[in-house]
Ligand binder design. Structure first.
Ligand code: AMP
Ligand code: MN
Ligand code: MN
Ligand code: MN
Length: 291
């Protein structure tokens, strides 16, 4: 089995990169992609431990983007380790400074709501990439809410009084940038697009395909069987590679298990990674030269 969507404590997961690799090995996972939000730091720190543990480590990243200027959408990108583009890294730095600015405003808004959480406290837990999940932990630990979920519903979720939107890059631009850097862009957990009319959902996905999308995260802990089947059909129709992962975050989301998702709803054979890699090798001039 494999897992192509996981987070370390370099973004908003709780496991250190080496511990995540060890957990993957202990579970008998043959391959693991680290897809931290907006950073490669966790992946980089996991390269040596993965080599030692004989876990096939895949470079990934989960980018926070926007669709039609309003809707937050997550875009996964794989294989950006082989040909590092300075431009891509400069773009990531920009994204991180916008995130920092959002976090600063978020702390101010929380203070206005009578919540005593300093930006520095969140950044102390968040380290490389601080996000709302770190604020959620503080809200819980300081007793403002009972659990992480309530932190989102009561304060920092999209409908909450302390929601501060991030200035995120457009998804179409993001897909293009990943392609320019020879990565494989994959739409993360499409169910979270939350487009309830299947025709509208398909139209959105078609726009991403036209922009260069290459894969669809068909298997994800949030997908129920009917959604999974729908996305499998869309992936076939538009020639998208099928991917999947648990979206493991460690102890902060204890109901999600590494390699198996929520109640074992994610079970991915190695062939999934093989398919994604072939896709990548067919794109890359280096990969095709010997093929
Ligand atoms: P950010 O990128 O800082 O805006 O934070 C988004 C992250 O917060 C997501 O990647 C999830 O890990 C987490 N998150 C968002 N909504 C929820 C929720 N309702 N419950 C738990 N975690 C959430
Ligand atoms: Mn997250
Ligand atoms: Mn996501
Ligand atoms: Mn994720």
């Amino acid at each position: 089995m494999i897992d192509l969507h996981t987070h370390t404590n370099c973004s908003d997961g709780t496991d250190a990169p080496a511990d995540l690799v060890a957990a993957a090995a202990a579970r008998g996972l043959r391959a693991l992609a680290i897809t931290d939000h907006d950073t490669f730091a966790g992946y980089r720190a996991a390269v040596a431990p993965a080599r030692e543990a004989a876990v096939d480590l895949v470079c990934g990243i989960e980018l926070s983007t926007r669709f039609d200027g309003a809707k937050p959408v997550h875009l996964l990108a794989y294989f950006l380790d082989r040909e590092p583009e300075p431009e891509f890294h400069a773009w990531l730095d920009e994204i991180q400074s916008r995130r920092h600015e959002r976090n600063r405003k978020l702390a101010v808004r929380l203070a206005e709501l009578g919540v005593a959480i300093e930006l520095e406290e969140a950044e102390a837990i968040g380290r490389t990439v601080t996000g709302r999940l770190h604020f959620a932990q503080l809200l819980r630990d300081k007793g403002y809410v009972e659990d992480i979920n309530q932190a989102f519903t009561k304060y920092i979720g999209e409908d909450g009084p302390a929601y501060i939107p991030m200035e995120e890059p457009d998804i179409l631009e993001s897909i293009a940038r990943v392609r320019q850097s020879h990565g494989v862009p994959v739409l993360a957990h499409p169910v979270r697009l939350a487009i309830h009319n299947p025709l509208d959902e398909e139209a959105a996905i078609r726009r991403f395909v036209d922009a260069g999308l290459l894969g669809l995260e068909v298997y994800h802990c949030d997908h129920r069987p009917t959604s999974t089947l729908r996305y499998l059909g869309l992936a076939r129709k538009y020639g998208l590679s099928v991917t999947g992962g648990s979206d493991y975050h460690g102890s902060v989301k204890p109901h999600i298990q590494l390699g198996s998702g929520w109640k074992n709803n994610v079970q991915l054979p190695y062939a999934i990674l093989h398919g994604l890699r072939s896709r990548y090798q067919n794109l890359s001039p280096v990969g095709t030269a010997t093929a």
